[in-house]
Write a protein that binds this ligand. Structure first.
Ligand SMILES: Cc1ncc(COP(=O)(O)O)c(C=O)c1O
Length: 335
């Protein structure tokens, strides 16, 4: 018989999918490969750090039987934590800002988590911010434990132990560029370190929404893409591993998200479009021998009422009606 002892063992080993039509449309000679993280049981890359943070906390005695996991999360880490909580018998509370899509909130409730919604746009120091509220709940609830994905070293460790080695193995060591969005920076720090250890020539490229601190610390403002970019530097941010950060605006991110579905059949979220735009830019002009791997963090199912709703996209995504009449529009270089 071939089976997993529990669903947490099904996390990872996601497929690499070639973006062949986008390569052709964009005149890219390099091989452009997407690591499709929506194949994880919780629907996103965040299952990896969620499971690892719980394992490490259990071993360290920080999380005891019957305990409560409390985490500020825009949804995906919450899904991973809720799965882990169900399998291991913990309670799970997710604190999230009110810009988070309704589907993500409903999903977490469906996965058995309690959801606490806080106002968007507050500084982390504000007592009502989602960071501060999670901190307080973890402190006040007996047996409370906050994984703290922004500073917990088990987050990048998960990517160092799984995402990085998978990319290396799946490309038979031929990967030349690794492109990923930056939120907690767990993905880019962990996978980036691993890949650079195998081959110091591998270029690690961050994708960042316009308005986030990583690409332009002097111009931090709100944006519509979810799950990526920050207004502070997380503890897991390691600038030494990132060779370049490419800024992508909401419009480009959302149009590429639609293209990933329309041209490649990859039903993914807005931060995936953002990462793919950065990957196209990074891949431009590279030779045929180059292998560019872009990590696509989550599923489009989280955004049916947003990125995949024309009205929402026109109102909030910086997209014009004309943009929507050209589904296979060739990406225009703006640099
Ligand atoms: C949808 C989405 N994309 C990208 C990221 C960024 O990944 P990381 O936190 O590892 O930097 C996240 C993290 O929350 C996310 O939810």
């Amino acid at each position: 018989m071939e089976y997993y002892e529990n669903v947490l063992e099904a996390v990872g080993d996601t497929p690499l999918v070639r973006l062949g039509r986008i390569e052709a449309d964009e005149g890219i000679s390099a091989c452009l490969l997407a690591k499709a993280e929506y194949f994880n049981p919780g629907g996103s890359v965040k299952d990896r750090p969620a499971v690892k943070m719980i394992e490490v906390a259990e071993k360290a005695g920080l999380l005891k039987p019957g305990g409560t996991i409390v985490e500020p999360t825009s949804g995906n880490t919450g899904a991973g934590l809720a799965l882990a909580a169900a399998v291991r018998g913990y309670k799970c509370i997710c604190v999230m800002p009110d810009k988070t899509s309704r589907e993500k909130q409903d999903l977490l409730r469906a996965l058995g988590a309690e959801v606490v919604v806080t106002p968007t746009g507050l500084t982390p120091e504000d007592p009502e911010s989602y960071y501060a509220v999670a901190e307080r709940l973890a402190r006040e609830i007996p047996g409370g434990f906050k994984p703290g994905q922004y500073e917990n070293p088990a987050n990048p460790l998960a990517h160092y132990e799984t995402t990085g080695p998978e990319v290396w193995r799946q490309t038979a060591g031929r990967v030349t560029h690794f492109v990923a969005g930056m939120g907690t920076c767990g993905t880019i720090t962990g996978a980036g370190h691993y890949l650079k250890e195998q081959n110091p020539e591998v270029k690690v490229v961050g994708a960042d929404p316009e308005g986030s601190i990583f690409s332009d610390p002097g111009n931090v403002h709100s944006y519509a893409v979810e799950g990526v970019g920050e207004d502070f530097y997380p503890g897991n941010h390691d600038p030494a591993v990132v060779d370049e950060v490419i800024q992508v605006d909401d419009r480009e991110s959302f149009l590429m998200t639609r293209r990933l579905m329309a041209e490649e059949g990859l039903f993914v979220g807005g931060s995936c479009g953002m990462a793919a735009v950065a990957a196209v830019r990074a891949a431009r002009g590279l030779p045929e021998s180059a292998v560019v791997v872009v990590l696509l963090p989550d599923t489009g199912r989280n955004y049916v009422s947003k990125v995949f709703d024309d009205e929402w996209l026109l109102e909030h995504g910086g997209v014009s009606p004309e943009d929507l009449t050209k589904p296979h529009r060739v990406f225009e270089e703006e640099d």
